[in-house]
Unconditional design. Sequence first.
Length: 138
Amino acid sequence: MYDVKQLIAAVRTTNGIRVEPDDPIFAFVTVSELVLEQFSRRVSDEITTRLVTFKEGMDQTERRAGQLLAEDVRKAAAQIRAEMQKDIEAAGMKAAHLVYQVDQAHKRPAMVLWIAVSLLSTMVLMGFAFYAGMYRCR
């Protein structure tokens, strides 16, 4: 509430008017104070209601943002997995090609060796056949 003596002193100092504690002006002050209290209570209740509504809206927004973020993360992870799978397949193909090339490189000297051995064997057999044919014809 208010201090009557302080109000009387303020009116006397500011306006130069003498006011008594039982003056009807204090009834107006009391009514004004009660109206102000009720108004303040209503404003406070309205602010509280709006804050609750705002908080609920923020919670919904946060949930929705979380869902959208989770969906974006899932999509990004799927893209990363797909790219990694492509890279793995490409690496597998390159590795298979390298293995093929290494295999071919190892086969060539063996082929050359077998061809050389075959030719040498053929020449030796032909030499024996020629020698045997010459020896028999004599």
